[in-house]
Design a protein around this ligand. Structure first.
Ligand code: CO
Length: 465
């Protein structure tokens, strides 16, 4: 057994899970040089909801953020989370846009692309995996882990083998909801270790209080890399604490070799961020504690903080338990999708609507209709045709790879965004977040002209995960 490697997630998933992705680059800059010195396998620092949060809430160019981190961390691999055909947006994009996004991502400094599909529909990963290989990136294909009918060891080993056969360089078990149990992890990792030859990485959230134990059993069963977060932004809906895992493995055959003194220096800084986020109310103590309900409701960290936000803003936080009970029912109706962006938002919002409107499916979002129709791909379990008809009426369900129905769109997008484009990457920001992106571009232009325009929209109702 080789020593265990660590991906530090404080720059992405930790704050996405705890504070709805609101850590600005200015809070990151003071720790980047030290993070680069630690010797982490990689720094997860981009993708997921960071792109949306930069444009929508933080008034930051996400590309500029990536370049700043790349410059400050020349010695460590940079890693991102990528939603396959959805990129970092919430719909499927044409293949030409996906290819161009992957190219620009690697050009701007990402080394490892963790690519997943919310439905584990491999057809939704093909284009981005092919592109990442073409442009020299490390492809880490991720399995969206969930539980329910059909999700047994065989399901996961079959999927892992198919991922390996696409040319993926490594495989991640992505347990976004913190559903893994220690002995379940052991069995799963052992089976995957036998099924594929490429390295395995384990990503699990602390929500249900089991993450450290799962990582440990995963290590015993043969994972190569684990995801952890600096301790002040660990635990709760975030991850196992980096320093604790380093200490736990010290002196064993899995010793990470990382320096606890240096980690402790970074810890002191991250602790000032934690204090600041608590003081501003951004960090809600509700998401910091163990929530064993996760094991029942299958709600990922970011989704739980979103549901709390949505209900707080609707003045109905007292309905949280009802909504959490409704989530698994909606999920069953929709063919048991794993709950991860975008399906977590789609199912979560539908569950909120079902509860606050007082009648199930009286109102349906277009996204929920799309999920039921097949717009996002094939659901793990087939949807009851009667339920489908109730939601989409006489609309024909989609059975092909959804992106096959999308015409090339890069040139059209370039035309639409022409007046705003200051760098080649801007068209990709526009592709994913059209109106949000153009507002950002307008503020950027005003700033360059010395005009103090309205601030980024800090009050928007829907929080990205
Ligand atoms: Co995560």
């Amino acid at each position: 057994m080789a020593k265990i490697k660590i991906t530090e997630v404080v720059l992405r998933d930790a704050h996405q899970s705890l504070i709805a992705t609101r850590m600005p680059i200015s809070d990151m800059t003071p720790m980047l040089a030290d993070l680069d010195k630690v010797g982490f396998y990689s720094l997860e620092c981009w993708g997921g909801a960071t792109f949306d949060a930069c444009l929508r809430f933080l008034d930051e160019d996400p590309w500029e953020r990536l370049r700043a981190i790349r410059k400050a961390c020349p010695n460590t691999k940079l890693q991102m989370l990528f939603r396959g055909q959805n990129m970092l947006g919430y719909r499927h994009y044409a293949d030409d846009v996906v290819d161009y996004f992957v190219k620009k991502t690697i050009d701007n400094g990402i080394d490892i692309m963790r690519i997943f599909d919310a439905l584990n529909d491999i057809r939704n990963l093909e284009t981005s995996i092919r592109a990442a290989k073409k442009y020299g990136g490390h492809v880490q294909a991720a399995i969206s882990y969930t539980t329910g009918p059909v999700f047994d060891i065989k399901y996961y080993t079959n999927y892992a083998k198919r991922l390996e056969s696409t040319g993926a360089d490594s495989i991640c078990i992505k347990d976004m909801a913190g559903l893994l149990t220690p002995y379940g992890t052991y069995e799963l990792v052992k089976a995957l270790r036998e099924a594929v030859k490429i390295p395995l990485q384990l990503h699990t959230h602390y929500t249900s209080g089991l993450a450290s134990m799962c990582l440990m059993k995963g290590i015993e069963a043969g994972v190569d890399v684990i995801d952890t977060a600096m301790s002040p932004l660990a635990l709760g809906t975030s991850h196992a604490p980096t320093e604790s895992m380093v200490a736990a493995l010290q002196g064993t055959k899995w010793d990470t070799g990382l320096d606890l003194t240096l980690l402790s220096k970074i810890r002191d800084y991250v602790d000032t961020l934690r204090e600041k986020y608590i003081a501003s109310g951004r960090l809600n103590p509700k998401v910091m504690s163990v929530d064993s309900k996760t094991l029942l409701y299958q709600v990922p960290g970011g989704m739980l903080s979103n549901l709390v936000s949505q209900l707080t803003e609707a003045g109905q936080l007292d309905r949280l338990t009802d909504v959490l009970n409704e989530v698994p029912r909606v999920r069953a109706d929709a063919g048991f999708p794993p709950l991860v962006t975008p399906t977590s938002q789609i199912v979560g919002t539908q569950a909120v609507l079902n509860i606050i409107s007082g009648q199930r499916y009286k109102m349906c979002t277009n996204e929920f209709k799309g999920l039921v129709k097949g717009t996002y791909g094939r659901t793990p379990v087939e949807i009851d045709p009667e339920f489908r008809r109730r939601i989409i009426g006489d609309d024909q369900p989609i059975t092909c790879r959804p992106a096959d129905l999308i015409q090339p769109e890069l040139e059209r997008l370039r035309g639409e965004a022409a007046e705003y484009i200051e760098q080649e990457e801007d068209v990709l920001s526009y592709a994913q977040f059209d109106k949000v992106a153009t507002k950002f571009f307008e503020r950027r232009r005003d700033k360059a002209l010395g005009i103090d325009s309205a601030h980024a929209d800090m009050t928007a109702k829907i929080h990205p995960v």
